[in-house]
Write a protein that binds this ligand. Structure first.
Ligand code: GRF
Length: 224
């Protein structure tokens, strides 16, 4: 038996994104008709709009749904000339009633893929069953760690050294559907909630458009 010398030289990881997909391998997908749902700032929504404008994602955003009056996401939609519809959850008697209105609005705008980009409400089977395996969410942790609210705070409090973000399919159990794509983000010694969330956001903008294209490749068009 020959003994190979042990070295510490490992091939460097090409990227912290998994799976890493070359953008040119995602170019030929048919045009995806998206409906984006956002509760607040909408920076992920804007990153998706920008990726489409830059021809990195073959899609169009038919409508932005938002639930908080004054959400910055609505102003971003205005700038992009994308119709924005307010469905204020406070005006609905149940989660199901809100989701019925969401489904109706998405259908009115001919949406095929539902993109939850910072939608801070739990959704019900009313919405999930209307778009089977066609609803994506982005979550600011490496799932299945740190599900639910305040995922970035949870990671900081746990003392983990690496966290990140995850794009996954939406199922009734919160933050639990099939994982489409993840990016890892190291936690630095002096990180605050803000500095860490900023770096996670940067990775979210990178993976969300790619994950949408990848999910659509795996899942053929609904009329196929
Ligand atoms: C993101 O960090 C996302 O992971 C989480 O909510 C945040 C939304 O940020 N679900 P923004 O509204 O896209 O700026």
């Amino acid at each position: 038996m020959s003994l190979e010398p042990v070295t510490n030289h490992v091939t460097p990881t090409p990227s912290l994104v998994a799976p890493e997909v070359a953008s040119n391998s995602l170019q030929n997908a048919s045009l995806l008709k998206l409906g984006v749902m956002a509760s607040g700032s909408g920076s992920n929504f804007e990153a998706i709009a920008q990726a489409i404008a830059d021809q990195q994602l073959h899609a169009q955003v038919n409508v932005l749904l938002y639930n908080n009056p004054g959400a910055k996401a609505a102003a971003r939609a205005d700038r992009w000339g994308i119709p924005a519809v307010l469905l204020n959850h406070r005006e609905f008697e149940s989660r199901e009633a809100l989701d019925e209105a969401i489904v109706e609005t998405l259908r009115q705008h001919d949406v095929e893929w539902v993109i939850m980009a910072g939608w801070m409400r739990i959704v019900t089977p009313v919405l999930i069953n209307a778009f089977p395996r066609r609803i994506l969410n982005i979550h600011p942790s490496l799932l299945p760690s740190f599900k639910g609210n305040r995922a970035v705070e949870q990671a900081l409090a746990a003392g983990v050294k690496i966290t990140g973000c995850t794009v996954h399919l939406v199922v009734p159990e919160v933050d639990s559907g099939d994982i489409i794509m993840q990016a890892a983000v190291p936690i630095l010694p002096n990180d605050t909630l803000e500095t860490l969330h900023d770096r996670i956001h940067t990775q979210e903008y990178r993976i969300f458009p790619k994950a949408i294209a990848l999910a659509a490749q795996v899942q053929p068009p609904s009329n196929a």
